[in-house]
Structure formats: structure tokens, C-alpha cells
Design a protein around this ligand. Structure first.
Ligand SMILES: *[C@@H]1O[C@H](CO)[C@@H](O)[C@H](O)[C@H]1NC(C)=O
Length: 200
């Protein structure tokens, strides 16, 4: 398959770099906020303003990453097998599923829930268990990965499949950080609540 991926294209490496950079960036930023209130301090002690600023930053980095992915694919060759109409058209339901997972999870979580509000101390009352969280443990990540896959198949580009694999790996590494961390934050909150009740 490597004959069908042009590794000499700088755009391929730039796209790979942004795919790895984005989740790394938001995890470093969120950890720094949690331990040192770095972002809250930048916003005059207002955690909500800090979280919204982080949301805008992460969202913009996501748009840039998607743009650079499209640009990278444009410079890559297509594979005849992938140009098969069935494979080409399979991109449509995949893209619809991916977008649905991303948009409905944003809708269910809201801005601060989507963009790491828990690291700012902005917690939800209870974990969201409604759709799409009843069909996927990480609908935002699964949906985003599906959209990358759909784009690769739609354009018939093996390089897109490779970059989609990198997206999946980057998200799975991110979840190894985020999932235990989120769990810890909510466990602490629940303990504090229980102690608060005892004090009454
Ligand atoms: C998930 O919830 C939606 C409604 O919120 C429901 O229609 C769907 O059947 C549920 N799916 C599963 C697998 O429980």
C-alpha cells in the first residue's frame, strides 16, 4: 500500500503533526489549569471565561487540523480499489454517523462540558447517559474518527486511511489520560458532597 502513499509530500507530515498536536495541547492545557489554574489566572480569575477561551482555541485548532488534512489528501494519489463506487458511497453513511455523534454529544454536554470544563471546576450535576452516550463511550472521539475515515474513503486516498489510523491512536492515548482524570475529579466531588452532608 505504501506505493499509494506519497511520503515525500510535506503536507502529509504537517497533517500528521496537527493530528498528534491537538489532543496533546488540550490535555497539557487542561492539566495545567487543574493543578495551577493557569488559564483561569490569564482570565482574571474567571474560570468560565477561561474555559470558553480554551473552547474557542480547541475548536479553531480542530478547523485548522481538518483543513490541513484535506490539503494533505489533495496532494496524495488515489487507489483504484478505493474508487469502487460502493466504497465511495459508503463514505456517506459513515460521515452522517460521525457528524451525528459529534454534534449530538456537543449538544448534550454544552460548551463547558465538551471543552474540559471539569478541569476548571465547572462540573456537571451527573454524567450524561442519554444519546449518544448510550451508544458510544466517547462519541466525540468516535464521531470525529469516523468523519476522517469517511473523507479518506470518499476521496479514495490510502494516505487518508493512514492518517485516520493516527487520529484513532491519538484519541486513544488522550482517553488514557482523560478518562481516569475525569473519574477522579467527579469522585472527589462526590466525596466532598458526602462529607458536606455529614457536617450538617
Ligand atoms: C439510546 O437512546 C435513544 C434515545 O435517547 C434511544 O432511541 C436509543 O434506542 C438508545 N439506544 C440504546 C442502544 O440504548
Amino acid at each position: 500500500m505504501s506505493a499509494y502513499i506519497d511520503f515525500s509530500q510535506p503536507s502529509l507530515w504537517i497533517s500528521a503533526a496537527t493530528i498528534v498536536f491537538n489532543p496533546t495541547f488540550w490535555n497539557v492545557a487542561a492539566q495545567s489549569e487543574y493543578y495551577n489554574k493557569t488559564i483561569t489566572k490569564l482570565f482574571g480569575g474567571n474560570p468560565r471565561a477561561g474555559c470558553y477561551a480554551l473552547a474557542v482555541t480547541i475548536f479553531s485548532l480542530g478547523i485548522l487540523r481538518d483543513f490541513l488534512y484535506e490539503k494533505a489528501l489533495a496532494a496524495q494519489p488515489a487507489h483504484p480499489t478505493l474508487l469502487n463506487p460502493l466504497i465511495h458511497l459508503s463514505a456517506l453513511p459513515l460521515f452522517a454517523t460521525g457528524s451525528t455523534l459529534v454534534l449530538t454529544s456537543m449538544w448534550a454536554l454544552g460548551v463547558t462540558g465538551t471543552y474540559l470544563g471539569d478541569y476548571f471546576g465547572i462540573l456537571m450535576d451527573a454524567p450524561v447517559t442519554s444519546f449518544p452516550f448510550n451508544v458510544s463511550s466517547a462519541p466525540m472521539y468516535h464521531g470525529s474518527t469516523l468523519s476522517f475515515l469517511a473523507t479518506a474513503l470518499w476521496k479514495g486516498k490510502p494516505a487518508g486511511l493512514l492518517l485516520t489510523g493516527l487520529v484513532a491512536v491519538a484519541y486513544s492515548v488522550a482517553r488514557r489520560w482523560e478518562d481516569p482524570f475525569t473519574e477522579m475529579i467527579y469522585r472527589k466531588r462526590d466525596e466532598e458532597r458526602r462529607e458536606g452532608k455529614k457536617g450538617l
